[in-house]
Design a protein around this ligand. Sequence first.
Ligand code: GLU
Length: 477
Amino acid sequence: MSQKVRTRMAPSPTGEYHVGHIATLLKNYAWAKHNGGDFILRIEDTDQVRKVDGAVEKILSVIKDYGLDWDEGPEKGGPFGPYVQSERLEIYKEAAQQLLDNDQAYYCFATPEELTELRDRQRAEKLPPKYDGRYREYPKEEALKRVAAGEPYVIRLKVPKDVTVTFTDLLRGGISVESSNVDDQVLMKSDGFPTYHLAVIVDDHAMGITHVLRGEEWISSTPKHVLIYKAFGWEPPIYAHIPVFLSPDGKGKMSKRKGTVSAQSFLDSGYLPEALLNFFMILGWAHPDQKEILTLDEYIKYFDPKDISSKSVVFDVQKLQWLNGVYIRNLTDEELLDRLQPFIPADCSQEKAKEILPLIKERMATLSDFEAHTSFFYRNVTIDKEILTKKSTPEIVQEQLEETSHAMSNLESWSEEKLEEAIRSLQQNKDWKTKQYFMMLRYVVSGSAATPPLFSMISVLGKKLVLERLSAARAIL
Ligand code: GLU
């Protein structure tokens, strides 16, 4: 490829950034890097009605929190700036003027009421909603007079009649659409802002974008885009439309209604960004050796958009949890403690957290699991008599607790090894049922049946607390 590969992601600040956006951004990023090219970030904020305050800042920060970055764009600048569409209005105005001058576009004065009436009529006649071209042949001098008089107008593309619009999608091959099915779309709105369709083409062209990898939901816009490129006499980029994720329940697309889709919320619930990126890499794409744990560099080396599956894949949360667990266990205890900071509850001291960590690392799927796995180390536990005496009798359990307290009180060292030695020999000497006794002991010291290994847990809990819990349990018998 002689031309330098330039890809882009073009978020609209209309709300939360989704995991699907990050997954698509990652692909654009990787393809640029694979080819030694550039990845551009551009803010598409021409929809003044749907624009949400503060959304741009959030999008930029979540992209960075996922460990990704851009070569040109907001905060960084670059040779093709500005990279925020609302700062490029003059450029779109000139571009629209160029199309008007070449008779590829025209002024339309249809009022919103007229257009609603048209749509209602079409609906009643069971016709697809479509602009009827009522100003397509309107005399230019008349139009200019009305514009000069300050009448509101939009500028529409004069879609050529009876041509076949063709483009190639890297995942799907050739796609053709008859121009009779394409609306004379609005390029400039009455508020002087361009539509997404005009702005995206003007900018992708001006910024030298060679490949557009974007969500499948844009595929129906692509024929319109190709027509706009034609009207300007420009070459369109290469397109790949990425299938949307299917909801983990297997029923349809992943959506806000069915659970969270926000990119930020996955970080907030304790998924590591590198695990999330790895997950996005292998959703709908496979490494040549089917390797599942991949660094960003390995992905960049092998990724090619044409290998992305054209079928939607399920956002498999269990797989994500597994991957996250792998990444958690690959961290050193110090690194993990550092990552855990936002998830450590206020009543757990740093020293305690540090001591507990090696005991639970194996079982953590997300960082937010910390509290559920560890609260009995620093919070009171409640013991239920029925569970306490399960598979035994109150008398036997009373004796077991008494003897255990005694043996523990006499211990010189509270090390895991010494504890294990003393408790195991007590159990053997007394001939207590192994399973019942150890389950009971686990329950008494933790209030739970699922815990870290018994002796290391008792050791970290500390002598004082363990003896207190043993005597509290005796009191309820
Ligand atoms: N601004 C569009 C969006 O919000 C960009 C679509 C595209 O990539 O062309 O997703």
